[in-house]
Design a binder for this molecule. Structure first.
Ligand SMILES: Cc1cc2nc3c(=O)[nH]c(=O)nc-3n(C[C@H](O)[C@H](O)[C@H](O)COP(=O)(O)O)c2cc1C
Length: 308
């Protein structure tokens, strides 16, 4: 079984990837999306989203990190994909699931799910441009407004030569509202022979098993669940018991060390509050602590509360 850490813009950066891959259970990470419009981006943009490129594109604990691109122009996406791979990314991932309005106005992300032909053109252009030993993967939702094109889109991804496909089992309109329609992934599996990774609404080892049974997929991608329970991947893969709140707090404090003393220090208070939004789901104690943290603006004060 392979477990992929989901791309999460504004939440899962290289520090979060470092921390979660140290806890273990992950086989691959995908970066936040790098938006491609109409130019070849300079290397510094790739390094900003994926500082791991400086170290062979692996996290400090050795888990590969792949750059994700988002855009609508096949040729610009292809050129930037080649650049990402030249800089060391192990292949590229293409985002066709992002629901953000600004993204859709510039026609990238989930809106392309209305247009299987463009989906095909993009993936084909990227696949043709990137060296054949470097994987090209795609990430889709089940559709934009409804699921009527889900199978056609999966077929377009396959025909274009993608090496694997991650399916977030909801439409754009369904947002992040439960449930995730894992049984739809099983339908997709019937029309494609490329490996599929199932994604959406996995919060526990029990959910993971149910998702595997309903989708027929062994491999999984974890997003919010991994932030709510930092050792979720280990509970799924190696039957670890869920981390206690005390252990998670220790992790938060060590993450604080990274954040404050790294170049991201200024963002720390907001980041940690954002993370608490997910932790609250798993730990009642996090809810209480969040009330206390909410009014604090200074990183040192926050760390004091965390370490208390
Ligand atoms: C805050 C946030 C940011 C996200 N950013 C991205 C992104 O940059 N690229 C992408 O393909 N998906 C993105 N997603 C979608 C996730 O990768 C994932 O598909 C989704 O959260 C469902 O999985 P989950 O239920 O395990 O969280 C994002 C989701 C959230 C909640």
């Amino acid at each position: 079984m392979k477990i992929v850490l989901a791309p999460m813009q504004g939440v899962v950066d290289h520090l979060m990837r470092d921390m979660l891959t140290r806890v273990g259970g992950f086989d691959l990470c995908i970066t936040e999306f790098v938006r491609v419009v109409d130019q070849l981006l300079p290397p510094k943009v790739f390094y900003r989203f994926c500082p791991e490129l400086h170290h062979g594109s692996v996290t400090p604990s050795g888990v590969p990190v792949r750059v994700q691109l988002l855009g609508q122009h096949p040729q610009w996406l292809a050129e930037n994909a080649v650049k990402a791979v030249e800089l060391g990314s192990p292949g590229v991932d293409l985002n066709f699931g992002c629901p953000a309005k600004t993204v859709n106005k510039s026609r990238g992300g989930a809106v392309l799910l209305k247009d299987p032909e463009t989906l095909y053109q993009i993936i084909k252009a990227v696949r043709d441009a990137v060296p054949s030993d470097q994987p090209v993967s795609a990430k889709i939702r089940l559709g934009f407004d409804d699921k009527s094109l889900a199978l056609e889109n999966a077929d377009a991804v396959t025909q274009a030569g993608a090496d694997f496909l991650t399916v977030h089992a909801r439409t754009k309109v369904e947002g992040y509202k439960p449930p995730a329609y894992w049984d739809w992934i099983a339908k997709i599996k019937q029309v494609t022979d490329i490996p599929i990774i199932a994604n959406g609404e996995i919060w526990s080892a029990e959910d993971a098993l149910l998702c595997q049974q309903r989708s027929g997929c062994i491999d999984l991608m974890l997003g919010r669940g991994a932030l709510a329970l930092p050792n979720l991947a280990q509970t799924i893969k190696n039957a670890h018991v869920p981390m206690s709140w005390e252990q998670t707090k220790e992790l938060l404090v060590s993450y604080s060390g990274y954040e404050i003393y790294s170049e991201k220090g200024l963002y720390y208070p907001n980041r940690i509050k954002q993370w608490f939004n997910y932790l609250k789901r798993q730990y009642p104690e996090a809810e209480e602590m969040f009330m206390e943290l909410r009014r604090l603006k200074n990183a040192d004060e926050i760390v004091k509360v965390l370490a208390s």
